[in-house]
Design a protein around this ligand. Structure first.
Ligand code: SF4
Length: 332
């Protein structure tokens, strides 16, 4: 019975550490508004029990912005849509400076992101130089998000010391073709399997609010459960001007909070990270509710093409909530 789903989750997830199934996740996503705070409370207990009180703080930087040949309908960096984002590349000194600034906030992860289908020789060269320069100058873990990888590229990234690779499945397999037509969900899955096989940590999440049904939201959580990533960045659609999804509505806060709780209950041990769109969907109050509802990682500062909350605001919130920022020594 749907009404009992939180009682079931208390035993199955909190006590036994077994994530919710697809049908059970759907039960949480369908809870009435009056149960949302109960769901978040349980999700928070699960996160404390299976992940601990620490929050992982991460920074991201765009090494190549805009002009992407793919057509992901949510993305203002696609070269196929008329958006205000212009193509640009970041030079190595700026990259090192950004890594240093990120490390100064206490962040342990610094992710190099490029708007590409997959890296070409020029991007691999830029990443090679960038990762080496950062590793020499700054104490921080370097992650990459460079799209679909060949085995050779994956091996090179691993050999450079890249310890985590982000590649989002974005949405449920059954909904993917409504979101992207220039590559498949399976191609993304293959890259994720390669990353795991090569020994890098797998970071894989997606975007809530792209016209998927609640059942597809639950399907996506189950597919992530099958993948079992080390980290899941959870975004909420920020409908960007000029993209095919510009007319979609912002996910209502209660739905976003239900999604946070449901994904935590489906993925009890993963690093569940707030990524883009949270300011828009949840505002300050919702951000606090999410961190008390299963989230245990945050991106600080600017996102790729939109401004996030300031790092100071986020760090002040963590201090107030007595959630220690995870130290670098504990992430290696
Ligand atoms: S592949 Fe990445 S950068 Fe390119 S359009 Fe899709 S989401 Fe945007």
């Amino acid at each position: 019975m749907t009404d009992d789903i939180l009682a079931v989750a208390r035993t199955q997830v909190l006590e036994d550490g077994i994530g919710l199934s697809e049908a059970q996740t759907l039960g949480v996503l369908r809870l009435g508004d009056e149960r949302v705070s109960d769901a978040l409370e349980l999700a928070h207990e699960v996160r404390m029990r299976w992940c601990g009180p620490e929050i992982e703080v991460e920074g991201i930087v765009s090494v190549k912005t805009g002009g992407c040949p793919e057509d992901c309908h949510f993305c203002s960096q696609s070269g196929r849509f008329e958006t205000p984002v212009r193509a640009a590349r970041l030079d190595i000194p700026s990259l090192v400076a950004a890594a240093r600034e990120t490390a100064a906030t206490g962040a342990t992860e610094f992710c190099l992101v490029a708007a590409v289908r997959g890296p070409d020789a020029r991007l691999m060269e830029q990443v090679r130089e960038g990762v080496k320069a950062i590793s020499e100058a700054v104490e921080i873990n370097v992650a990459c998000s460079l799209g679909i990888l060949t085995r050779e590229q994956g091996e090179e990234l691993r050999d450079l010391g890249v310890h985590r690779y982000n590649h989002n499945l974005e949405t449920a397999r059954s909904h993917f073709s409504e979101v992207v037509t220039t590559h498949t969900w399976e191609e993304r899955w293959q890259t994720l399997e390669l990353v795991r096989e090569l020994g890098m940590e797998v970071c894989c999440g997606g975007i809530i609010g792209m016209g998927e049904t609640l059942a597809q939201r639950a399907e996506f959580a189950a597919q992530l459960g099958e993948l079992d990533p080390d980290e899941v960045p959870l975004n909420f659609l920020d409908p960007r001007p000029g993209t095919p999804f510009s007319g979609l509505e912002v996910t209502p806060s209660a739905d976003a909070l239900r999604a946070i709780a449901a994904f935590r209950l489906a993925l009890p041990r993963t690093v569940l990270r707030y990524a883009g769109g949270r300011e828009l969907t949840l505002g300050d109050l919702g951000t606090r509710q999410g961190v008390l509802g299963g989230i245990n990682a945050m991106i600080v500062g600017n996102y790729l093409t939109t401004l996030g909350r300031s790092a100071q605001d986020d760090l002040a919130l963590l201090t107030e909530l007595k959630m220690p920022v995870k130290e670098l020594s504990k992430t290696l």
